[in-house]
Design a protein around this ligand. Structure first.
Ligand code: ADP
Ligand code: MG
Length: 308
């Protein structure tokens, strides 16, 4: 039983209230008002699992909030509030000061309020529950992909995994790669512009192959993508050229870029968004009627990160 089968088997229950979307997407959607829906998600970071022991407090704080902002972004929602459950091994004021300042700074940047939480003693772990809003019926879901949609990704893929790998090998990646790992930028603005343009969307937290597969299974579709089309930064391109190790781009998570599908009639709008935001949006393949993801140029399968 893997992580996703575990969730489906034990925790996907029927709702008692007006829940529009429950377990299985980047966020849940709750009906409260005819015009606005509440969008919410929770993510935990644990020392030794999501970050190494020597990661700076500021980087941990940034990432804990950024990954939650990214899940809201994947829905095209506007972030509003969050709660913080903090488990600390000790009361270290220097650490807490750095942590809280970085958290506050990112919260200010995205105009989001800390409204509660819980503080306990134990192995360092940070859980953030994020709450936002979306216009009723407008959220970007994993389940909306249609056959013949074009599949896009934002920016470049595999940078965070490359940085993690280099660190593991005792090398020091450049600041660009360290920032891609420690300071992923949540694509909130991009996703909001994609509302009404994209049919399906997910943020790439676990790896392109696995996360695109979530869109495909929830949409009952398949897809063909081409490794040659995947946008890569220079060092990642050189690394893959030398090693043919595509897994760094396909199975490496932590980029928090968006993967989304668009019907052909909306391609012009994608190009407009790209120009307006000054980011790169790259077509990597097409959604198909059949099931499963076919990846041209990949010899051996990659294993994306799973907790079990
Ligand atoms: P993401 O990578 O976008 O954060 P996950 O892969 O962590 O999403 O989770 C997949 C889906 O399963 C999400 O809808 C999440 O809310 C749900 N989920 C995960 N763990 C649990 C749990 N223990 N109980 C209920 N739902 C869960
Ligand atoms: Mg997600």
């Amino acid at each position: 039983m893997n992580e996703f089968e575990l969730i489906e088997h034990y925790f996907n229950w029927a709702s008692h209230h007006s829940v529009d979307l429950s377990v299985g997407d980047d966020c849940a959607i709750i009906d409260t008002d005819p015009n606005v829906q509440i969008v919410t998600s929770v993510d935990t970071l644990i020392e030794g699992v999501h970050f190494s022991k020597n990661t700076r407090a500021a980087d941990i704080a940034y990432k804990a909030l950024a990954v939650n902002l990214s899940d809201l972004a994947a829905m095209g929602a506007t972030p509003k509030y969050f709660t913080l459950a903090l488990t600390l091994p000790e009361l270290n004021e220097a650490w807490l000061s750095e942590f809280s300042q970085a958290l506050k700074q990112l919260a200010k940047e995205y105009c989001i309020d800390l409204i509660g939480g819980d503080t306990t003693k134990g192995t360092l772990s940070i859980t953030i529950n994020i709450i936002g809003e979306v216009e009723t019926g407008k959220a970007l879901l994993r389940s909306g992909a249609q056959a013949n949609d074009l599949i896009y990704v934002s920016n470049t893929i595999g940078d965070a995994a490359y940085a993690w790998q280099q660190l593991g090998w005792g090398n020091t990646p450049s600041d660009f790669y360290l920032n891609r790992l420690n300071r992923p930028k949540p694509n909130v603005e991009l996703a909001q512009q994609l509302v009404g343009v994209a049919n399906a969307c997910i943020d790439i937290s676990d790896g392109l192959e696995q996360d695109l597969s979530h869109i495909l299974s929830r949409s009952n579709t398949g897809a063909n993508i081409d490794t040659k089309a995947i946008p890569l930064s220079d060092a990642v391109a050189t690394y893959i050229d030398t090693t043919q190790d595509w897994c760094v781009a396909l199975a490496g998570g932590d980029d928090y870029e968006l993967c989304f599908t668009v019907s052909e009639k909306n391609i012009d709008q994608v190009e407009l968004i790209e120009k307006e935001l000054g980011i790169t949006l790259t077509k990597i393949g097409v959604v198909t009627k059949g099931q499963g993801l076919k990846i041209k140029g990949l010899d051996k399968a990659c294993q994306s990160y799973q907790h079990f």
